[in-house]
Design a protein around this ligand. Structure first.
Ligand code: AMP
Ligand code: MG
Length: 403
């Protein structure tokens, strides 16, 4: 029997193993979806610009378009007014054009002067004061992208910004990997869904709602397999009833000492690896397969579910979907607390940013989800480390992890 310290698997090693599995079983089906429905999906083919953006030079300001070489201190006559969406006439020699932001530059004009910097004379002519540089306040054709440029690379996750960029290039549809189908099940005799009466010994099932909503945010399709009782036959039936899924994601039933029904079924009809991770909360994790379908079994305590899903299952899912960037952005913040008890496991503490410092929720129990609702994200305290107030710690915001 090896000691616990040796048996614990570092978080990186678990993540590495999961990512390898994800890379071995990528979702390869591709579908075309409307940009109105592509939120959260992963681009399967890069988006190539089919036009220059902007398609023509246009004004960055409300003001006057001029041929900069024409300016000799004499006021210029306004020969046309150009609004956004208009098609201007070429600029007449010795004239300027009234122009508004986003309006096409008239042929022959090469600069714009802001309306604040000119003097409009009583006869309508315009006097330009300062020196006007060629190209000033003009957005050049192709300044953002040239036709043929790769505007979005394959593997990019599509959020509002990427979809906005695709729209600016006129792409109405995008090629994305099909949604990964995740069967979600919660195990536990004690679990009751909200809306039902709570009998003695029972608790409401929070993980199902937490994960269901999270999976949707990640662009997954959820097959809700409901609650499975701690009973071998029920677990067997539930798994046998799942058709056409890419991942079976379960919570609960992995604590030491508990009758291990999921594990037993996986041993019979697939593969099972039980990991003891150097992570807190969330030490026990099941990883395996059932009749060829990948299985991830997360610990049941809600804060453990949250941390292990966020740090391990989320990147696994994103990688299977073909996403290139899967690591949540983290940044260093000064600790607003001290940490005097170096642990064998890496801790992910629910923390809030207050005046730029990470402040901990007073109760870090893995059974408490309220800590996470209060918090802005997770502070990472590495194995075997001690911290003084003001020391820098890594912080991962929930906004990053949940998206
Ligand atoms: P388990 O991993 O099944 O031993 O569960 C560990 C702890 O998490 C126990 O206190 C369970 O009651 C609780 N738990 C398990 N599943 C859920 C769930 N779906 N929602 C809320 N709490 C849960
Ligand atoms: Mg249980």
């Amino acid at each position: 029997m090896v000691g616990e310290a040796q048996a614990l698997m570092p978080v990186e090693q678990a993540l590495d193993a999961l990512l390898k599995q994800a890379e071995a079983t990528p979702i390869t089906d591709v579908e075309r979806v409307s940009i109105d429905n592509a939120q959260g999906r992963v681009l399967a083919e890069s988006l190539i610009a089919t036009l220059d953006l902007p398609p023509w030079p246009n004004s960055a300001m409300d003001g006057y378009a001029v041929r900069s070489a024409d300016l000799d201190g004499q006021p210029l006559r306004v020969s046309q007014k150009i609004f956004a969406g208009a098609q201007p006439k070429p600029l007449e020699p010795g004239c300027c054009a009234r122009i508004f932001t986003g309006a096409p530059m008239p042929e022959g004009a090469d600069a714009v002067e802001m309306q604040e910097n000119v003097e409009v004379l009583d006869d309508g002519r315009v006097r330009f004061g300062e020196l006007i540089r060629p190209a000033q306040h003009v957005r050049p054709q192709g300044g953002e992208a040239r036709a043929g440029d790769e505007a979005l690379a394959a593997g990019v996750r599509l959020g509002p910004i990427e979809l906005g960029l695709a729209a600016s290039l006129g792409a109405a549809q995008l090629s994305v990997t099909r949604k990964i189908r995740v069967a979600l099940l919660s195990t536990g005799d004690e679990l009751v869904d909200p809306g039902e009466a709570l009998r003695p010994g029972q608790i409401y099932n929070s993980n199902r709602v937490l994960l269901r909503n999270w999976l949707h945010r990640l662009g997954c399709e959820v097959i809700d397999a409901g609650v499975v009782r701690d009973d071998l036959i029920q677990v067997r039936q539930c798994l046998a009833g799942l058709a056409d899924v890419d991942l079976i994601l379960s919570t609960g039933g992995v604590s030491v000492g508990e009758a291990d029904f999921l594990g037993q079924v996986l041993r019979e009809e697939g593969e099972l690896t039980l990991w003891k991770l150097a992570i807190k909360p969330g030490k026990p994790l099941t990883c395996g397969s059932y009749r060829g379908v990948a299985v991830i079994g997360l610990p049941g305590n809600p804060a453990s579910t949250l941390v292990t899903f966020g740090l391990l299952a989320r990147p696994y899912l994103l990688r299977r979907m073909g996403a290139t960037e899967i690591a949540p952005l983290s940044f260093q913040v000064p600790a607003g607390f001290s940490w005097g008890k170096p642990g064998k496991r890496r801790e992910y503490l629910r923390a809030r940013l207050e005046s730029g410092r990470a402040v901990l929720y007073p109760n870090q129990s893995s059974s408490i989800l309220r800590s996470a609702a209060w918090a802005d994200g997770l502070v990472e305290v590495r194995e075997h480390s001690q911290l003084n107030e003001g020391d820098l710690v890594s912080f991962i915001s929930f906004a990053e992890l949940l998206g």
